[in-house]
Design a protein around this ligand. Structure first.
Ligand SMILES: Nc1ncnc2c1ncn2[C@@H]1O[C@H](COP(=O)(O)OP(=O)(O)OP(=O)(O)O)[C@@H](O)[C@H]1O
Length: 518
């Protein structure tokens, strides 16, 4: 882990102001800490020497107040900066993933870990570690230079011992990095396992295997707990080691100045200033060591969040055609589609072929969700209606407006065309009815109609439909076929189907044949 990842400010301009504000506040706090050492030494000397206490007391009080204000401002700024940077990173990664093709996106469990736990762990990195890092860069050199002017021999002790702290911190840091990476791997495994269990829960319950999964989740959770405790152990040990080293170093300065004071070789005010200044050279580095462990997770997350995810390449053409198009799923040893060439004409085109020949895969390639392994696809902006259209856990109205920005009048017209208006009339609160996760509250056929209505409302140049009449009763299927015909008069529609009646209505056929592995 690098102390500071410059990509953070280079690639995300929104993070520059928060990071600069923290830097300025850190530097100001450092100057105030040095001033405080001088003021306290002055006050104590005045107290011992019987001089006027008024001026030094006011100075100490003023500096303490300034430090208090600076520390409160830093706290507020750091919390704001942490939330801002984490939010910007989360927004950026979600945006990039949604624009990337399915092949270029990380595995779902990794996306889950990065966008939730990962983005949150950037907050302590920015809010606590970065201010500590700025203080460590500003305060120790300032303290040493001041000490050099005040008492050069004490400065020499500090110069000789201060480098031991970063050396120790770096040695311990190497272990921390390994432990953090191990913890991330177990966290991702835990998220992936949990996701799989949640997805398969209905099947597991129906086969009476749900209870068994609880033990498995507990076992994966245990591995994560052990990895976390191991990281914490290293954190506590390293803090203690750095603390000990800094304390011994300050003690050497104190003993040395104390001896010279006793021999009468040193003025009280100089000795006090030296003793008060010495810790200022160590504590910022010690604090970096303490915050490093919380920040290690954040640095790992920043790495993942800034990793290059290539955006999907949409050609932005008016017409749609493919040439010598081939596609092979990652890890598969045969192409699911090979050497396909076709030019889509206006009207309705149906893609037909036996189950498993790659029809859905072809639609995903046309929609730009996958990248061809070979050949070229020229595609305009498309709207894909999958076999299970995505439904937000929100109202029917929200679901219809999703990504289209259509007006209520346009929505009402589209609903009337697809017959969704009758479905809505039967819902308890009409278009204000709340739908559950995954379209809970709608039947498969009703959900298909919702997807089709959304396609009508979209302004995409081509509409892609995957099995639009599956799950529908004969009357509904008849109505949906007529809607698709109407839609195909406004723009090209490519529909994958096993429905002979829909195929009979098509203007063009795009037959696919099954590839038999050699
Ligand atoms: N994510 C995936 N990873 C690996 N192989 C996949 C993946 N999705 C589909 N396949 C395989 O690719 C082949 C084509 O699948 P596809 O879903 O495109 O077929 P299809 O023609 O649409 O089938 P159906 O008519 O039954 O819907 C199948 O053999 C399938 O097992």
């Amino acid at each position: 882990m690098r102390p500071f990842d410059p990509r953070l400010v280079r690639e995300l301009p929104q993070t520059r102001a928060p990071v600069a504000a923290l830097g300025l506040l850190g530097a100001a706090a450092g100057v105030a800490a040095i001033g405080q050492a001088f003021a306290i030494a002055w006050l104590v000397t005045a107290l011992v020497g019987g001089g006027s206490l008024w001026a030094p007391a006011v100075t100490v009080a003023t500096i303490l107040a300034v430090r208090g204000i600076l520390s409160a401002t830093t706290e507020v700024t750091a919390t704001w900066a942490g939330a801002r940077v984490a939010g910007v990173l989360r927004e950026r990664i979600l945006g990039r993933w949604s624009r990337a093709t399915a092949d270029d996106r990380p595995a779902p469990e990794r996306m889950l870990t990065i966008s939730t736990h990962g983005a949150s762990s950037v907050e302590p990195y920015v809010a606590r570690y970065l201010p500590a890092l700025v203080a460590a860069a500003v305060v120790p050199p300032l303290a040493i230079v001041t000490l050099l002017v005040v008492d050069w021999s004490s400065a020499l002790i500090v110069v000789a011992t201060v480098p031991l702290l970063p050396v120790f911190a770096a040695l311990i840091g190497r272990h921390t990095q390994e432990a953090t990476q191990r913890r991330w791997a177990t966290q991702t495994r835990l998220a992936g396992h949990f996701l799989d269990v949640m997805r398969g829960l209905p099947t597991l319950v129906s086969y009476g295997r749900a209870e068994k999964q609880a033990d498995q989740v507990a076992a994966v959770g245990d591995r994560h707990r052990i990895a976390t405790v191991r990281t914490l152990k290293i954190a506590f040990l390293s803090s203690a080691a750095l603390e000990l080293l800094a304390t011994i170093s300050v003690a050497i300065v104190a003993v040395w100045t104390g001896m010279r004071l006793a021999w009468g070789n040193l003025d009280l005010q100089v000795a006090l200033t030296a003793i008060l200044l010495a810790p200022e050279a160590y504590w910022p580095i010690r604090r970096v060591g303490q915050e490093f462990h919380a920040a290690a997770d954040g640095a790992e997350a920043i790495d993942a969040l800034l990793a290059d995810v290539p955006p999907a390449c949409f050609a932005g053409r008016e017409s749609m055609s493919v040439r010598d198009l081939s596609y092979r799923y990652p890890g598969a040893n045969v192409d699911v589609l090979q050497g396909i060439s076709y030019a889509v004409r206006p009207g309705l085109t149906v893609v037909t072929g036996p189950s498993g020949c790659g029809k859905t895969t072809l639609l995903e390639l046309l929609a730009g969700l996958r990248t061809p392994t070979a050949g070229a696809a020229e595609v305009p902006r498309t709207h894909l209606v999958t076999q299970t259209p995505f439904v937000l856990p929100a109202t029917v109205a929200d679901n219809l407006a999703l990504g289209t920005g259509a007006s209520p009048a346009q929505i009402a017209a589209a609903c009337a065309a697809t017959g969704l208006d009758r479905v809505i009339a039967g819902l308890p609160d009409g278009t204000a009815t709340l739908l559950g996760d995954n379209g809970f509250g709608l039947s498969a056929g009703q959900r298909a109609r919702l997807g089709l209505t959304r396609a009508m409302l979209s302004d995409a140049a081509v509409v892609l439909l995957d099995e639009p009449t599956a799950h529908l009763d004969p009357a509904s299927a008849r109505q949906v076929r007529s809607v698709i015909r109407d839609l195909a008069r406004t723009r090209p529609v490519v529909a994958v189907t096993h429905d002979p009646e829909l195929a009979a209505l098509a203007d063009a056929q795009w037959p696919l044949t099954e590839r038999v592995p050699a």
